[in-house]
Design a protein around this ligand. Sequence first.
Ligand SMILES: Nc1ncnc2c1ncn2[C@@H]1O[C@H](COP(=O)(O)OP(=O)(O)OP(=O)(O)O)[C@@H](O)[C@H]1O
Length: 276
Amino acid sequence: MEATETVRDRDRDRHRSPEATPGVICSELDIVYTVFGARKKATTTEGEQPWLERFLRQRRQVDTGNVRKVHAVKGVSFVARHGEAVGIIGRNGSGKSTLLRAIAGLIPPSGGRAWAAGRPALLGVNAVLLTGLTGSRNVMIGGLALGLSPREVRARYDDIVEFSGIGDFVDLPMSAYSSGMGARLRFAISTAATPDILMIDEALATGDAEFQARSRERIAEIREQAGTVFLVSHSNAAIRESCDRVLWMDQGRLIMDGPTEDVVSAYEASHRKGGR
Ligand SMILES: Nc1ncnc2c1ncn2[C@@H]1O[C@H](COP(=O)(O)OP(=O)(O)OP(=O)(O)O)[C@@H](O)[C@H]1O
């Protein structure tokens, strides 16, 4: 037992060392959202179709300059290596989810670059599976989206459903699930393929204590297989438990990047001072 742990520790240290292969590289990454403001009351022509109305309203907003830019991520640079579990913390609206979505390739950079080795699996409690379809159909869709073949999804189907713990609910539409059940199924689907890069957005805070413990075990397994894990959470306890490095985002900027305890303590101290 002790020998196994020593080997495992050594392996993990190798992954974390500066020589370990990078899993994700962000270089001067900028993300700017364009928002069509709705402050000006649109003048609509009576009898317009809703889609036409929407189209004309957007045209008017662009024409009148009623468009806002939100600079959500500003010049963020870091390298995350295989085997690292990286926490991302920061107050509401600081750009954490946007950063993950950009790394997952879901939002094009407005400036700089985000590069990921392998296919990132983004797991967010808001990730959109098709809630009108049954859990069972969503297992298939999610598995295919992760790059598994239909045969591979079928081979893993029972494990996914068992891990999710949703039982017979798998035959009901996801719209009938509690938010915890939905989050558990998403976690089970997203981790079914042992992704190279696993990104978890607040999911751990959602399940019950038993599911959280199983999720942590699964994260540890993925790390041991040299994947890179990102965890966005407002739970400092979850970050402390699962991560060995933390990025602190504030107003779109990366203001601190270092060992978990250093960064989380500094973040907590900033709250005490009533700061960021
Ligand atoms: N789709 C979008 N369109 C326009 N602006 C957006 C969009 N998504 C996020 N934003 C804005 O980008 C900024 C960063 O948002 P983001 O969701 O990344 O922050 P966060 O740190 O994950 O917040 P939270 O902790 O509340 O989840 C915020 O100002 C937000 O209003």
